[in-house]
Design a protein around this ligand. Structure first.
Ligand code: IMP
Length: 428
């Protein structure tokens, strides 16, 4: 039977930190379920409600809308310790979440040794990725290596103990070699397992739950974390995260069929940022970098690291449009550019061999040496934070957005002009 409810994927189209949390929060108004489909506590979704700021790492941003059901799909790696810290902090801040959070029986459990390995491996690596240190890579390695521990394993303590022993045996030698504090790790393991029963109380079959909701005509948002250029397959490998952040991952990461998805909204910041290692072709010179970082508050929500900043890169967003099959775009942080006398958009790259190309290259190393081909447009030099209708935006800001739309090959549907819920301009 055909789905009757809408199912919208929200996906980042740059290197993460596009402001997906804000867009999910705005769109959650009209949905019943919000589900995360990949990643773990490496994400940091910042949402402002009134004067309150919430930074969510694992629980979907939809939790801040009363009554919405929030699910974590099988594609997620779940740090149960962090998860309950976040859960309890929301309760302490007066958010009524009883019965509203569900976790897939098929989700992978991120163990304390994953976090430990992530940091130790990164410290000793010849080519550093600049990970968030949250254990993401090692947890997905265990998943792909078929030695991961899933939420369903909590149903049977004997099987759980065997799975953990087997998984740990694989890493013990490596942990010792890297000088892990075994006593500390064991303590952390005990704490993690003690939370198992509480977690089982939230376990559900996410795919069937979403499918049933869609059949009943209810609406669903699938919330991506990180961004297209950090996708394990389609991003700037190896400077990527270890999951499929792109829209295809939304189906495999929740357990619904791709034909259930009705819309894919790509979130793009009005300029570009990147945190962690790896190329950023449109990176600013140091002075402008610092200027925009301060104006945009560009510091990581998870690690506090300064983000590198650069001009809008339409080579990347066009690629993201193709990889994700975007049906619409949300442009965020337009207001950050309000004071600039001119703005630039990269439309192509001049490759190290002199050729100009409009496609995002697979060879990450050549990406480090490309020279962006820019179009320069006049700035609007007027505040946009109070604008609520497209026609009230300054002419030059509209021209900038029109060009983004044209070059990205997808229609702009929302423009965010500040961190507050109300600071959004719907288009069309
Ligand atoms: P990991 O996901 O912690 O393994 O980190 C891999 C890469 O993804 C690093 O460059 C991180 O900085 C980056 N990354 C991971 N999560 C986020 C995020 O939520 N926003 C932006 N970058 C991220």
């Amino acid at each position: 039977m055909a789905s009757t409810g809408s199912c919208t994927v929200i996906v980042g189209c740059q290197w993460g930190d596009e402001g997906k949390g804000k867009i999910v929060d705005v769109l959650a108004e009209n949905v019943d379920i919000v589900a995360r489909y990949q990643g773990g506590a490496n994400a940091g979704h910042t949402v402002h409600v009134g004067d309150d700021e919430f930074v969510l790492h694992q629980i979907p941003s939809g939790i801040l809308h009363e009554g919405r059901r929030c699910l974590l799909g099988n594609g997620v790696v779940l740090d149960v310790h962090q998860f309950f810290q976040e859960y309890d902090a929301l309760v302490a801040r007066g958010i009524d979440i009883a019965g509203r959070v569900g976790v897939s029986y098929r989700s992978q459990m991120l163990m304390p040794y994953h976090r430990w390995l992530d940091r130790a491996v990164e410290d000793s690596a010849a080519v550093k990725i600049g990970t968030t240190g949250r254990g993401i890579g090692p947890a997905y390695e265990d998943k792909a290596g078929r030695r991961g521990v899933r939420v369903a394993d909590l149903l049977d303590p004997e099987r759980l103990a065997k799975r953990i022993d087997a998984a740990q045996d694989r890493v013990v030698a490596r942990l010792d070699e890297l000088g892990a504090d075994r006593a500390e790790l064991e303590r952390a393991m005990d704490e993690t397992l003690a939370l198992g029963e509480r977690l089982l109380g939230l376990a559900t079959d996410v795919g069937p739950e979403i499918s049933a909701a869609l059949r009943e005509g209810r609406n669903v948002l699938l919330e991506g974390a990180q961004g297209t250029a950090l996708d394990l397959d389609h991003g700037t490998y190896p400077f990527v995260t270890s999951s499929n952040t792109t829209a295809g991952g939304a189906a495999t990461g929740t357990g619904i069929g791709p034909t259930s998805i009705t819309d894919v909204i790509g979130v793009v910041k009005a300029y570009t940022t990147r945190v962690g290692e790896g190329p950023l072709p449109t990176g600013f010179d140091p002075e402008m970098d610092e200027h925009i970082r301060q104006l945009g508050g560009e510091f990581g929500a998870t690690t506090g690291r300064p983000r590198r900043c650069g001009w809008f890169d339409s080579v990347l967003t066009r690629y993201a449009s193709q990889v994700n099959g975007l049906t619409g775009v949300a442009v965020t942080k337009l207001d950050v550019l309000d004071t600039l006398h001119e703005v630039r958009i990269a439309t192509a790259y001049r490759m190290p061999n002199g050729k100009v190309r409009e496609f995002f290259p697979a060879d990450t190393w050549s990406l480090s040496h490309v020279e962006p081909v820019y179009e320069t447009m006049p700035g609007w030099q007027a505040p946009t934070g109070d604008v609520r209708r497209l026609e009230d935006l300054p002419k030059n800001a509209r021209a900038y957005l029109d060009r983004i739309e044209e070059l990205t090959h997808a229609p702009v549907r929302w423009i965010s002009v500040g961190s507050k819920r109300s600071q959004i301009i719907p288009v069309g």
